[in-house]
Write a protein that binds this ligand. Structure first.
Ligand code: ATP
Ligand code: MG
Length: 560
């Protein structure tokens, strides 16, 4: 996405609103809503819509409602309502007492349908769903009028009432708006506005066995709430004439304006709730909040902050054309935020034991380690150093290539906050040849902060003291999809594109003892490794961390 695109695009909705305000449309009010369907957890695409709707309301000193679009009872659950509320709050937005449900309006929506019937603008149709589809016509051919189209108002009212009273099985009748079977817009060819569904509703129970269609319920809900700007995604552009028709023909008092913007697509992940649900239900992930999921709860568990997500939504802007944003941008945003905020500690992911041969047995000394160079006011902590420590397996090579500045036989490196050590001997398993431990020496004159040796070494390694290091499990989360994008809805088999290495669990990690006091959700930079967040799966005996993001974007390189 070019900068150009961002500047123009972030303005197009504001331009519309500015123009409206100039004309004193809606008496100068700006009233928006975020209307999730409670059939899954919110994802990063919803975050874009939340930031936009609440952001616009804030900017214009207006209001934004939270409205659950619960007109489709078969897939909706209370669990989803609760999670949505938690996630919107966590993102930093507040709907105050304006929490609404489309189901609260079922009586009023029903009245609007009855009004349409009385006006001769809606009729009960007995065609089967297949017949309705077949008579709808195509983009190039008009549809055919239903044989039930000219039923009398009385007959329509009578059957519609009986539908409401539960006298007919599902699928036997629908209520259709009487608009225009030859409209070039298929949505205007006598769309269904009510259907029979004997389904228990999570809020209205068994009161209703007919439910309004989204295209009918949505504009009416907006109007009932006096919404001025009904912001939705581009796929509803073709539905706008029906939105307006509904407003114009039902005698509602306000006239919300539908404005469409491009939905967010991200590389290396899926966003449709149907797909996310499949990942959860078929066990490809541990739940909606699996740290690999693009859900708000997954991102939160992974260590993303609300600030980083809002920053991301700001940067991607709002456009009129669909595009796909690189996951690397989201990762960049969390890196920037945590670089400022996250305390630094040392953790060894794949430990290699190092015995410092010339260090006195049983001696333990305290060293000072700064907590965060970007926040000097957070001070420092004490870490210990003793005869046995762990370093990263990767930081040692027996036969290193030329530019390897880490540890190798006979070479020196600095241990962060501690001393320069030299590798004296490699101890191996006699049978397998595996490296078991290193024997090193340290130079007492090289203590960090008071180094009098004048020695220069190129490599500095992180490490932990074996005498008090804590055991930890570290989950290296990576991208869900190996390929950039499968959001193309025609490629149904996104399962085959799942990245087989999206989760690597390291269970023998060693971390600094200071982490004993960490709380679930706390975030840290593990020096040289990346940003990590304490997972709720942690127990007193074993800390569990998720890697939020590595320090640098290594993905692009690794794929080339
Ligand atoms: P899905 O197709 O994944 O089920 P949806 O659009 O049906 O998503 P809703 O719960 O109906 O999900 O969406 C609530 C609001 O969030 C809508 O206004 C919708 O336009 C917006 N939204 C959903 N997905 C995105 C996205 N990827 N980018 C921007 N806005 C989105
Ligand atoms: Mg939807």
């Amino acid at each position: 996405m070019t900068t150009d695109n961002i500047t123009t695009s972030s303005n197009f909705i504001q331009n519309i609103i500015n123009e409206d305000l100039k004309n004193n449309k809606n008496n100068g009010n700006v009233y928006t809503r975020f209307p999730p369907e409670p059939n899954g957890y919110l994802h990063i695409g919803h975050a874009k819509s939340i930031c936009l709707n609440f952001g616009i309301a804030n900017q214009y000193k207006g209001l934004c409602n939270l409205r659950f679009d619960d007109t489709n009872p078969s897939k909706e659950e209370v669990e989803f309502v609760d999670s949505i509320k938690e996630d919107v709050h966590w993102l930093g937005f507040d709907w105050e007492n304006r929490e609404y449900f489309a189901s609260n309006y079922f009586d009023k929506i029903y009245d609007c349908a009855v009004y349409l019937i009385k006006e001769g603008k809606a009729y009960v149709c007995d065609l089967t769903p297949e017949e309705i589809r077949e008579t709808r016509g195509t983009l190039t051919e008009p549809g055919t009028e239903s044989p039930y189209r000219n039923r009398s108002v009385e007959e329509n009212l009578s059957i519609f009432t009986r539908m409401k009273n539960g006298e007919f099985p599902d699928g036997t009748h629908v209520l259709r708006a009487k608009i225009d079977m030859s409209s070039p817009n298929l949505n205007m060819r006598d769309p269904i506005i009510y259907r029979i569904s004997h389904t228990h509703h999570h809020r209205t129970g068994d009161k209703w066995c007919i439910y309004p269609m989204y295209d009918f319920a949505h504009p009416l809900s907006d109007a009932f709430e006096n919404i001025t700007h009904s912001i939705c995604t581009l796929e509803f552009e073709d539905h706008r004439p029906l939105y307006n028709w509904t407003i114009e023909n039902t005698k509602v008092e306000s006239y919300p304006q539908q404005i469409e913007f491009a939905r967010l697509n991200l590389t290396h992940t899926v966003m449709s709730k149907r797909k996310l649900r499949r990942l959860v239900e078929d066990g490809y992930v541990s739940g909606w909040d699996d740290p690999r999921m693009p859900t708000i709860s997954g991102l939160r568990r992974r260590g993303y902050t609300p600030e980083s997500i809002r920053d991301f939504c700001e940067r991607i802007g709002v456009a009129k054309n669909n595009s796909t944003v690189d996951m690397a941008l989201l990762e960049h945003c969390i890196r920037e935020d945590l670089n400022i905020k996250a305390p630094r500690v040392m953790a060894v992911l794949r430990p290699l034991k190092v015995v410092i041969e010339n260090y006195p047995e049983n001696q333990v000394e305290n060293l000072e380690a700064e907590n965060n160079p970007n926040q000097p006011e957070t001070g420092s902590r004490e870490i210990t150093f003793s005869k046995t420590i762990y370093i990263e397996q990767d930081d040692f090579m027996e036969n290193p290539p030329k530019k390897f500045f880490r540890l190798s036989p006979g070479k020196e490196v600095r241990l962060k906050h501690a001393y320069i050590i030299k590798c004296e001997e490699v101890i191996k398993d006699e049978k397998t040849g595996d490296i078991l431990e290193l024997r090193c020496s340290y130079d007492p004159s090289t203590k960090s902060g008071s180094d009098t040796s004048g020695k220069k070494v190129k490599g500095t390694l992180h490490w932990v003291d074996a005498s008090n290091a804590l055991d930890a499990e570290i989950r290296l989360c990576d991208r869900l999809l190996a390929e950039e994008n499968s959001e193309d809805e025609t490629t149904s088999d996104f399962i085959s594109q799942l990245n087989p290495n999206s989760l690597e669990v390291l269970s023998t990690c060693k971390v600094e003892p200071v982490l004993k006091n960490a709380n679930s959700g706390d975030k840290f930079q593990f020096l040289r490794q990346g940003y990590f967040c304490l997972d709720p799966d942690s127990t007193p005996d074993k800390l569990v961390f998720n890697r939020t993001v590595a320090l640098r974007d290594s993905w692009a390189k690794a794929q080339k």
